[in-house]
Design a protein around this ligand. Structure first.
Ligand code: SAH
Length: 218
């Protein structure tokens, strides 16, 4: 039987077509995704599924995000090449690699040292030089580098961490999944204004939880 193309893209070009058909229209984002070989970011056992539009398991019991969700969140972020961006939840480094082509500099935090080191090696192999990685608790943000023009969080929070709102520049945008672990979760777009924040609820999603502190397991 012929496989429906939109179900399981098997090549990068099929993935791009799939993303377009799901409403990802931003050509900068599609071009950045096209530059990044997702198979380099997944474990060898999942190489055959690297371009499927699915989250996949990575080391330390975490996941590499679904390409559609990465593209959707980056679209909501309204990011451009003048922006300094904080990313919480580096994971495999896949989203970071795409983001690095869309902004000036990425400051990426990961609570597992193992994941941070693997991601750094992948980014170096792709000659990406505008990413700085920190092993730590992303819920606290990265105070010495604040304020950030944009903040993107790749793990689900119970509520938007106060430190991240504080470290967002006025006029800045944060995109973050908020909800209960394993339950009802939505992407929120948070805009910081002179007088406070404006939140918009976007699509339902399923993310691993944002966990406070640095991981005990490396
Ligand atoms: N965008 C990443 C998604 C990784 S999954 C990718 O495509 O690979 C989310 C990541 O957030 C996990 O690696 C998890 O360890 C990390 N994480 C969870 N809580 C965190 C915290 N408080 N600080 C930093 N990273 C955190």
């Amino acid at each position: 039987m012929r496989r429906a193309r939109t179900d399981t893209p098997i090549s990068l070009i099929e993935l791009i077509m799939d993303l377009r058909s799901r409403g990802i229209s931003d050509t900068h984002i599609l071009a950045a995704i096209e530059k990044i070989p997702r198979e380099d970011f997944v474990e060898t056992a999942f190489s055959h599924d690297a371009y499927a539009n699915r989250a996949l398991p990575i080391e330390c019991g975490q996941t590499i995000s679904q390409p559609f969700v990465v593209a959707y969140m980056l679209m909501a972020l309204e990011v451009n090449d003048r922006h300094k961006v904080l990313e919480v939840g580096l994971g495999s480094g896949y989203q970071t690699a795409i983001l690095s082509h869309l902004c000036r500099r990425v400051y990426a935090i990961e609570r597992y040292r193992t994941l941070a080191r693997l991601a750094e090696a992948r980014l170096a192999a792709l000659r990406i030089t505008n990413v700085t990685v920190l092993v730590g608790d992303g819920m606290k943000g990265w105070q010495p580098q604040a304020p950030f023009d944009r903040i993107i969080v790749s793990a689900c929070a119970d509520e938007t961490p106060t430190a991240l709102i504080e470290q967002l520049a006025v006029g800045g945008i944060m995109v973050i999944p908020v909800g209960t672990s394993g339950g009802d979760q939505h992407i929120f777009k948070v805009r910081k204004t002179e007088t406070g924040i404006e939140e918009t609820k976007l699509i339902p999603v399923r993310f691993v939880p944002l966990v406070p502190g640095t991981a005990k397991q490396l």
